[in-house]
Ligand binder design. Structure first.
Ligand code: DOR
Ligand code: ZN
Length: 425
């Protein structure tokens, strides 16, 4: 196994030091380390962070390997500084059985670029009618702990209650895509001034807020863990703030795009900006930023949603919702939060690792810690070229934008997955 000596690197913004990585762990830290035989990585000007953990990634395999595979998505993740990603269940077939989650888990192992932790569906076929075999998925080799029908809301309150009760047995968590479907029928974008002007059917904020309010009450009643996917409105933040003050076991994520972009983008009619939940108003963006800094929203999750050209480069109404995220998330978060490295590590690594129960991840680079880490050049700026991304799809909303920060290297259990900003395999 290769040893790596990273010299003169700042761990989370602290004074520069050397880091020796050997046998899968951070073996030593300190100034002036020597390690004969180790590969030296010049860390001057770089910041070392615990490897990022994404709680919300669509890898599209099985079923839509033309849009992404476990391997291409894993490579995109490693290049984005991630060492673990949770793969959403809305594949084809749906990840609602032990067989499918084990397949995704095994493909992740084979690719070997990040730890791929499958998420299991809550309901059979994401149809919202009967519970999937949650226990069987939990007991499988994939050891599923997060269950989600993401893409669809578990709208039936009785099913949601049953799911919350069921996962308690193995300290599992239900991750809800909060969207009251009766309120979003035919919706194309955020319901507001701009949707009225464009004549597009709106997706009202209350459709999200009503489900979050209901589900925090259900989680409180049952005493279970609830996670809210891609929170997008100021009103959702208010509901979460109240629930947390009461001690409800609820966590929430926000995506980079909801932290940066607004519904003004829909004016272009460019479907690259079509996403579910939709881009909201500047006031929502401001509330989400504050909530993230305060911890009312616990984490940044990408909702990386690759789509094939024919599903995106068409009329707005026919385009699938979703945008890429893995290769740009750190840059957007850095832009939004500034170089507050401890906060970034908390929101993008430690807390998501804790929520997902990924015990090998989310550890600051310190002696004895598993060597899952990433090196960022905060001074670098890069222009995003969709065709240069490792994802098999190119539906990034940041095309030709200049973003701060660049991932220089990523290590998974002490092996480099990215060096010099390039994937190692
Ligand atoms: O925009 C979205 N895309 N939102 C979702 O909930 C699902 C996702 C997808 O699978 O493409
Ligand atoms: Zn979703």
């Amino acid at each position: 196994m290769t040893a790596y000596l990273i010299t003169n690197v700042s761990v989370l913004g602290a004074a520069p030091t050397d880091l020796l990585i050997r046998d899968g762990v951070v073996a030593e830290t300190g100034a002036g380390l020597t390690a004969p035989g180790a590969v030296t990585v010049d860390g001057t000007g770089l910041v070392a962070l615990p490897g990022l953990v994404d709680l919300h990634t669509h890898l599209r395999e099985p079923g839509r390997e033309d849009a992404e595979t476990v391997e291409t998505g894993s490579r995109a993740a490693a290049l984005g500084g991630y060492t673990a990603v949770c793969a959403m269940a809305n594949t084809s077939p749906v990840a609602d059985t032990a067989g499918v989650v084990e397949q995704v888990w095994r493909l992740g192992r084979e690719a070997g670029l990040v730890d791929v932790q499958p998420i299991g569906a809550v309901t059979v076929g994401l149809a919202g009618e009967r519970l999937a075999e949650l226990g069987t998925m939990a007991d499988s080799a994939a050891r599923v702990r997060i269950f989600s029908d993401d893409g669809h809301c578990v709208a039936d309150p009785r099913l949601m209650r049953r799911a919350l009760e069921y996962v308690k047995a193995f300290d599992g968590i239900v991750a809800q895509h909060a969207e009251e479907p009766r309120l979003t029928e035919g919706a194309q974008m955020h319901e507001g001034e701009i949707s009225t002007r464009l004549g597009l059917t709106g997706w009202p904020a209350v459709a999200e807020e009503a489900i979050i309010a209901r589900d925090v009450l259900l989680a409180e009643h049952v005493g279970s863990r609830l996670h809210i996917c891609h929170v997008s409105t100021a009103g959702s933040v208010d509901v979460l703030r109240q629930a947390k003050a009461r001690g409800v076991q609820v966590t929430a994520e926000v995506t980079p795009h909801h932290l940066l972009l607004t519904d003004e983008k829909a004016v272009t009619y460019d479907p690259v900006y079509k996403v579910n939940p939709p881009l909201r108003t500047a006031a929502d963006v401001a509330a989400l930023r504050t909530a993230l800094a305060e911890g009312v929203v616990d984490i940044v999750a990408t909702d990386h949603a690759p789509h094939a050209v024919e599903d995106k480069e068409c009329e707005w109404a026919y385009a699938r919702p979703g945008m890429l995220g893995l290769e740009t998330a750190l840059s957007i978060t850095l832009d939004v939060l500034g170089p507050r490295w401890d906060l970034i590590a908390e929101r993008m690594s430690r807390t998501p690792a804790r929520i997902a129960g990924l015990t090998e991840h989310g550890h600051d680079p310190a002696p004895g810690a598993p060597a899952n880490l990433t090196l960022v050049d905060p001074a670098a700026r890069r222009v995003i070229e969709p065709t240069e991304l490792a994802s098999r799809s190119s539906n990034t909303p940041y095309a030709r934008m200049t973003l701060p920060g660049r991932i220089v290297a990523t290590f998974l259990r002490g092996e480099a997955t990215v060096l010099d900003g390039k994937a190692v395999k």
